[in-house]
Structures are given as structure tokens and as C-alpha cells.
Design a binder for this molecule. Structure first.
Ligand SMILES: [Zn+2]
Length: 257
């Protein structure tokens, strides 16, 4: 059984810890800081075997230097493509790589340009049970990442790649933006019951300071407007004749929402 644990850091980031029951080795994704993760590992007597980096924004990598010192044998997976002329030290990935982890889990790397040009996402597929996708700043619950470097076309096809994964895939984005995203989704689809229900559910969780994540892809398809641009009624409502036209319109609007 694969487990995805959200460790809250900074304002609204999570470091995701992927582990398998009874396995002392764990994998961490996007360490924007190090102390919260280090405390968790110490308390639960776990060993850090790999660190995965989706992209090189500071809130995803600033804990790396400390972790390397504490865990010199941990393998670091990083984008092969440079970001602002810099390449991180580690195992360079371009997408298409495959690793075996926790003895019987497949870890696949995909290249999904959009938020940055070198953005990677990481899919864990166990022999049985739900796949887990660490999707960084590409897909958020009820939303998607800003286009800092890529084009709307690139982000749209990156989201389509995610949308083709098995529907029981657990999505683990790096930010807790869900409530704000649902407010936007409510404006886009005021009559969508799934948006209204998810809003009530997430408000309840956030009041108790619990994460709204992870979420399944099946659920996201019902309320995330950025995964619903193919729906003809939605295109008509906002006067766009294609999915990419609607996507571009929504992404621009969300920037100033
Ligand atoms: Zn980012």
C-alpha cells in the first residue's frame, strides 16, 4: 500500500512524502525547506532514499542543500533542461525515465512544460492499489499552474497528459490553493453541483487545518474547469469554439481573478 503524506511548509506549500507501509525508505518531493521534513523522518525513524524536484522555483528546492548534507546517499532527480541558465546537480531527467522503487513500485517521469519549460511530474504505480502522481505546479486541485514560461498550448497538452492517467490516480500538487480555485470554478460553472459540494467539503477540512489533498483524478474531472474545456456547453457559455480557446481564456482570467 502506497501512502502520500503532505508535510505543510511555508505559506501554502506541501512537501510530499511517498512511502510504502513497513518500508523504512521514503521519497520526498519538492523540499522548499528541510527542517519540517527532517523532523518527520526523525520522529518516524525513516530513511530518505530519493528526492524528486519538479522545477527550480525556490519554494520547491530551498531545502535541498541541507538534505544533501544529512542524506548524502539519497538520489536527487532533477530536470535535465536548465532553468534561467542553471541546472541542478543530480540525476538529470527529460521525461520518459523509469525507476523501480520500494521493490515493486514503478516510478515514471514525464516532462510537462507550461508553468516552467523544464517542469517534471512523477507517477508512482504500485502492483496493486492507487497510482500516485506528484504534479508540482502543473495541476492544482480545481485549478492549474500559472504560465511563467510556457504557452497555453503547452500547458493544455500537459494537462491532457495528466487527464489520460487512470481515474483512480491520487493527485499530489505542491500548493494548497483549493479554496481560491473553487471560488473561480464556481463563477465559471455556477450550476455545477460537484463544485458546490467540493467547496463545502474543503471549507470543512480547511477550518480544521487539514489538507484538501490528495484528490483523485476522477473527482477533479467533475469540478476543475481546466480539465473541462472539452465540454461543448462550457465553450458555448463563454463563447469559445475550441477547448484550447476556452483554456487560454480561463487561464488569462484566473491571473487577475
Ligand atoms: Zn513554481
Amino acid at each position: 500500500m502506497l501512502e502520500a503524506i503532505a508535510i505543510p511548509i511555508l505559506q501554502d506549500n506541501y512537501i510530499w512524502l511517498i512511502r510504502q507501509a513497513d518500508h523504512p525508505n521514503v521519497i520526498a518531493v519538492d523540499p522548499g525547506t528541510s527542517s519540517e521534513l527532517q523532523d518527520y523522518l526523525t520522529t518516524h525513524q525513516l530513511q530518505l532514499s530519493k528526492v524528486l524536484i519538479t522545477h527550480q522555483h525556490g519554494d520547491h528546492i530551498n531545502g535541498l542543500a541541507d538534505l544533501k548534507q544529512n542524506w548524502p546517499n539519497a538520489e536527487i532527480l532533477v530536470p535535465a533542461l536548465p532553468f534561467q541558465g542553471e541546472r541542478l546537480a543530480g540525476t538529470a531527467c527529460r521525461g520518459g525515465e523509469q525507476f523501480s522503487v520500494f521493490s515493486d513500485v514503478t516510478l515514471q517521469v514525464f516532462h510537462v512544460p507550461g508553468h516552467t519549460l523544464n517542469h517534471l511530474i512523477y507517477l508512482f504505480t504500485p502492483k496493486s492499489g492507487q497510482p500516485v502522481l506528484c504534479c508540482g505546479d502543473t495541476l492544482f486541485s480545481a485549478g492549474c499552474g500559472r504560465l511563467f514560461e510556457g504557452s497555453p498550448e503547452q500547458m493544455f497538452s500537459s494537462l491532457q497528459l495528466i487527464n489520460q492517467l487512470p481515474e483512480n490516480t491520487l493527485l499530489c500538487p505542491t500548493h494548497e490553493y483549493t479554496l481560491a480555485n473553487l471560488k473561480f470554478a464556481r463563477v465559471i460553472e455556477p450550476d455545477n453541483i460537484a463544485v458546490i459540494e467540493q467547496q463545502a467539503k474543503v471549507e470543512h477540512l480547511r477550518q480544521k487545518q487539514l489538507p484538501s489533498l490528495p484528490v483523485t483524478l476522477a473527482a477533479e474531472r467533475t469540478y476543475n474547469p481546466f480539465l473541462r474545456c472539452e465540454i461543448k456547453e462550457l465553450q458555448q457559455r463563454w463563447q469559445h469554439e475550441s477547448a484550447i480557446g476556452l483554456f487560454t481564456f480561463l487561464r488569462n482570467w484566473k491571473n487577475n481573478f
